[in-house]
Design a binder for this molecule. Structure first.
Ligand SMILES: Cc1cc2nc3c(=O)[nH]c(=O)nc-3n(C[C@H](O)[C@H](O)[C@H](O)COP(=O)(O)O)c2cc1C
Length: 201
């Protein structure tokens, strides 16, 4: 099936498709817990959810070769697991991007994934336009500014404004041990509400 056919199917589908992209190496970590709660909210609003755990996938950094920008390009020159992800990214009406704060910004896994989305326009026309985006982040410090979470927030805001996507909301909070963030019930409820909003057009 061509990417355009995938896109057409997406446009015709009634069920909202949400793709969760986990950017922490900890599958049961804090950012993943927030993302799971967003997903639960989206599912309660009848969305279909699929989750990608970047750590389990082979995704190399962008080489900046610009093969994806050449006329009639067939896409990214790097033949790794991103090739399986591109169609899913296009098909998704909404993305949930979850990342821990590592060294005062998003994790390397998340950033490499974002860099590789540079090639997405080679697979479909206006692939980012109208995409609904939710962000989930966790950090060890108690303050979002001191932790560096604000740097990642700024990057997401700039990136998705540039691509014409829509950030529906962001949830972020402090926790160190994996899963500890679930104790913050107010934040978890906020994540669930974000999921419901994400799933409503
Ligand atoms: C390599 C590394 C770098 C980190 N850098 C920061 C940082 O700059 N600021 C911060 O507040 N926490 C930092 N932390 C703590 C994590 O952000 C925190 O434990 C977070 O909850 C992890 O999320 P996860 O469970 O989704 O992986 C760092 C942790 C690691 C392992």
């Amino acid at each position: 099936m061509s990417f355009q056919e995938v896109r057409t199917l997406r446009d015709k589908a009634e069920t909202m498709k949400v793709l969760v992209i986990l950017g922490s190496p900890r599958k049961a970590g804090n950012s993943a817990a927030l993302a799971a709660r967003i997903a639960r909210g989206a599912e309660s609003a009848a969305a279909e959810v699929e989750t990608l755990f970047l750590q389990d996938l082979e995704i190399s950094p962008c080489r900046g070769c610009d093969t994806c920008k050449k006329p009639a390009s067939k896409g990214c020159a790097i033949k790794d697991d991103m090739q399986k992800i591109y169609p899913r990214l296009i098909r998704g009406d909404a993305w949930v991007i979850a990342s821990p704060v590592y060294w005062f910004t998003m994790s390397a896994q998340t950033k490499i994934f974002m860099d590789r989305c540079y090639a997405l326009p080679a697979y479909a026309e206006n692939p980012f336009a109208g995409k609904r985006i939710a962000i989930a982040m966790s950090y060890g410090d108690t303050d979002p500014v001191r932790s560096g979470c604000v740097n990642a927030i700024r990057t997401f805001q700039d990136a998705y404004r540039y691509t014409g996507s829509r950030i529906v909301g962001m949830v972020y909070g402090s926790a160190v041990k994996a899963g500890e963030i679930e104790k913050d019930e107010a934040l978890m409820r906020e994540a669930e509400e974000l999921g419901k909003r994400l799933a409503k057009l």
